[in-house]
Design a protein. Structure first.
Length: 202
């Protein structure tokens, strides 16, 4: 970094954005203050045990408060309708949801910001009949984006199916997981075996 006269920061004190930029001029202009004010007048809280910088930007990389959630099926098994139409899987509980984008009532994720997201879902399938098959799919705005397939060949057997992909979303894009299967096919419930997660990559 350039410069020789650097501000000395004291734990528990406050520093102006200009002072931070003067000490880290190799990243000048890329700091976003937590408190109100412009990049030259904003105040940073330093060294407090109860306050942190909410978001720090280094160029275009957002290091915290990044979009990320994990939802799962709880309470009861989910019965797959015996139709040729893919049905939305009802993940009705959450492990976490960093910025509140997943809805446990409508069972979908709505992106606040556009970008590249990693989407993954695992379903624990239970079969009551022989030769059950299932297609698990990622849907974006009611259009299929990615799909995988699994088959059960034993009465009462079980199988885990998974779908994962990096998807490109715009602000307001709605994502859900859907399944299409045959008669008697059910999805087991538990946070460890039937879940859906997404994380913003860029």
């Amino acid at each position: 970094m350039a410069g020789t006269n650097w501000t000395v920061f004291t734990a528990g004190s406050k520093a102006k954005a200009t002072e931070v930029n003067e000490n880290f001029d190799w990243m000048e202009g890329h700091f976003k203050p937590q408190n109100a004010g412009s990049t030259t007048t904003g105040v940073y809280d330093l060294g407090s045990s109860t306050e942190r910088w909410r978001v720090v930007y280094a160029n275009s990389l957002q290091l915290s408060a990044q979009s990320s959630f994990r939802a799962y099926r709880s309470g009861s098994e989910f019965t797959v309708p015996n139709t040729t139409t893919a049905s939305k899987v009802e993940f009705n509980s959450e492990s976490f949801d960093v910025v509140g984008e997943y809805n446990t009532a409508s069972f979908n994720f709505t992106a606040i910001t556009g970008g590249k997201y990693l989407a993954t879902s695992v379903l624990a399938l239970l079969s009551a009949t022989v030769s059950n098959a299932a297609f698990i799919s990622i849907y974006i705005d009611d259009t299929i984006s990615s799909q995988d397939y699994g088959s059960l060949f034993l009465t009462g057997g079980s199988l885990n199916v998974r779908v994962t992909d990096i998807i490109d979303l715009t602000a307001g894009s709605v994502v859900d997981i859907r399944i299409r299967g045959h008669a008697g096919l059910k999805i087991d419930f538990d946070s460890q075996i039937t879940w859906f997660s997404m994380h913003k990559l860029a």
